[in-house]
Design a protein around this ligand. Structure first.
Ligand SMILES: *Cc1c(COP(=O)(O)O)cnc(C)c1O
Length: 438
C-alpha cells in the first residue's frame, strides 16, 4: 500500500507499526478494504478524521462515573467540559431539552430506556421484528423480549393496498387497544418510509402509553432536516451515533421532560453501565459539531436523493423495492422478481466478490429463514460521504445487476464478472477518496 492511500487515521497506525506489526498489518488491510470497496450497508458510514482522532484520544484514560459536576472520581474537569459540550450540542441538533450522551451503543440506550420505563413483565408494542424491527425491540433472546412482554404491530400486507408494506397505523391502534402497552415503540432497522410520529403519539395518548422513538437509523436525516423530527411527539428518543449521524460507534438518549431524563440518567448509570467511554463521548461532541454545520444538511439531502436514484435504477434492472421505493437512506431489495431462486445469502456473498458490501435481509413476510432471506438491504449513507452522486448510484445499480446476473448463470460466469466488477469498483473508489484520504 502506498502512503498516498493513507489517511490522517493512519498516522496512528504508523505508531502501532513500530511496536506491533501484527495489528498494524490488520489495520492497513482494513483501511485498504474500506478505501477500495463500495459500502452499501445501511447502518454504516465513514466517520471524519476528526471524529476518529477524538475516539483515539487521551480521554480514554479516565474514569468519569457519574455526570458533569457530579462524578465519583477526581480529575474530571476536562471530562465535565467535553460531556457538557456534547450534551449541549445534542440538544441543539435535535431541538430538545435534555440529552444523555453516555450509552455505549444503541442497544445499551434501549436497555436503559426499558429499565427506566418498565417493570419486568410489563407490556410494550413494537413492529413485527422480521419486517424491519430491531432485536432490542423484543426479540425473545434479547433482554427486551425475555424480561418484558412485547406485542407486535404489522405492516400493510395486502398487495392491493396503496400503502403496501408500510406501517398499518389502524392496526397499531388496534394492537394497542387490545394489549394496553405501557410503551409504544417506533423507529426501525429496515424501514424505507417516513415515520408519522404525530400519528404514533395520538395512538399512544389514546391508550395511555409512552411514545418511545428509536431513530438509530434516521438520526442524521432528522438532524439534517431530511426526515420529520420525533419531537415534540415522542416522550423519549434513543439513537445510535454511528449510522446516518456519522459519529463514533455509540448511543444517545433524548427527551423534553425533566422527570424522564432523571429516570433515564439513573438507568444509564448506575442502572446498566459503569464508567462512560469518555473518548467516545469526546468523539460524539465532535460529530455533533459537524452535524450542526450547513454542509451536513446538504449531505443528508444528497443521501436521500442517492437512495432514491439507486432504488429507481434497480427497478429498471428488474428488482422489486419493498413498499415501492424509499423516502430515506435505506431500501430493501426483493430479489425474487429477478429470479425466484435468488437468495439474499447468495447475493451478499457474490456482491462482496465484486467489492460491493451489503447485507442479506428479510423482506416483509419473507418465507425464507433469516440466514437465507429473499432480500438485501442497501443504504446510501457511506457512499454519499465519499462523494458519490446520482450518476455513481446508477453505476452501482449496474454493478449489482451484473454480479447477480452472472451468479445466477454459474460459478465460472460469476468468477469472471465479479473480478471485472471488482476492478471497476476499485477504479471508481479511487476517484472518491474517503474523508481524510487523498
Ligand atoms: C442499529 C440499531 C440499534 C442498535 O445499535 P447498536 O449500536 O448496534 O447497539 C437499535 N435500534 C435500531 C432501530 C437500530 O437500527
Amino acid at each position: 500500500m502506498t502512503t498516498a492511500q493513507h489517511s490522517v487515521h493512519d498516522a496512528g497506525v504508523d505508531l502501532i507499526r513500530g511496536q506491533d506489526p501484527d495489528v498494524a498489518a490488520i489495520l492497513d488491510a482494513e483501511a485498504e478494504r474500506q478505501a477500495t470497496t463500495i459500502e452499501l450497508i445501511a447502518s454504516e458510514n465513514h466517520a471524519s478524521p476528526a471524529v476518529m482522532a477524538a475516539a483515539g484520544s487521551c480521554m480514554t484514560n479516565k474514569y468519569a462515573e457519574g455526570y458533569p459536576s457530579a462524578r465519583y472520581y477526581g480529575g474530571c474537569v476536562h471530562h465535565d467540559a467535553v460531556e457538557q459540550l456534547a450534551i449541549d450540542r445534542a440538544k441543539e441538533l435535535f431541538g430538545c431539552n435534555y440529552a444523555n450522551v453516555q450509552p455505549h451503543s444503541g442497544a445499551q440506550a434501549n436497555a436503559a430506556a426499558f429499565l427506566a420505563l418498565l417493570k419486568p413483565g410489563d407490556t410494550f408494542a413494537s413492529l413485527v421484528l422480521a419486517d424491519g424491527g430491531h432485536l432490542s425491540h423484543g426479540l425473545k433472546v434479547n433482554m427486551s423480549g425475555k424480561w418484558f412482554n412485547p406485542v407486535h404491530y404489522p405492516l400493510h400486507y395486502d398487495e392491493s393496498h396503496p400503502e403496501f408494506e408500510q406501517i398499518d397505523y389502524d392496526k397499531v391502534a388496534e394492537v394497542c387497544r387490545e394489549h394496553k402497552p405501557k410503551v409504544l415503540m417506533c423507529g426501525y432497522s429496515a424501514y424505507p418510509r417516513v415515520i408519522d410520529f404525530k400519528r404514533f403519539r395520538e395512538i399512544a395518548d389514546e391508550v395511555g402509553a409512552l411514545l418511545f422513538a428509536d431513530i438509530a437509523h434516521i438520526a442524521g436525516l432528522v438532524a439534517g432536516g431530511a426526515h420529520p423530527s420525533p419531537f415534540p411527539h415522542a416522550h423519549l428518543v434513543t439513537t445510535t451515533t454511528h449510522k446516518s449521524l456519522r459519529g463514533p460507534r455509540g448511543g444517545l438518549i433524548l427527551t423534553n421532560e425533566e422527570d424522564m431524563i432523571k429516570k433515564l440518567n439513573r438507568a444509564v448509570f448506575p442502572g446498566t453501565q459503569g464508567g462512560p467511554l469518555m473518548h467516545i463521548v469526546t468523539a460524539k461532541a465532535v460529530a455533533f459539531g459537524e452535524a450542526l454545520k450547513p454542509e451536513f444538511r446538504a449531505y443528508v439531502q444528497q443521501v436521500v436523493a442517492n437512495a432514491r436514484t439507486l432504488a429507481a435504477a434497480l427497478v429498471e434492472h428488474g428488482y422489486r423495492i419493498t413498499s415501492g421505493g424509499t423516502d430515506n437512506h435505506v431500501m430493501l431489495v426483493d430479489l425474487r422478481t429477478k429470479d425466484a431462486e435468488l437468495t439474499g445469502a447468495d447475493a451478499e456473498v457474490w456482491l462482496e466478490r465484486g467489492g460491493l458490501i451489503c447485507n442479506k435481509n428479510g423482506v416483509p413476510q419473507d418465507p425464507r429463514p433469516p440466514k437465507v432471506t429473499s432480500g438485501i438491504r442497501l443504504g446510501a449513507c457511506a457512499v454519499t460521504t465519499r462523494g458519490f452522486g446520482e450518476a455513481e448510484m446508477r453505476q452501482v445499480a449496474a454493478f449489482i445487476d451484473r454480479v447477480l446476473t452472472a451468479g445466477l448463470k454459474g460459478e465460472a460466469e460469476l468468477d469472471a464478472e465479479a473480478s471485472a466488477v471488482r476492478e471497476e469498483v476499485r477504479q471508481l473508489c479511487g476517484g472518491f477518496p474517503l474523508p481524510g484520504h487523498n
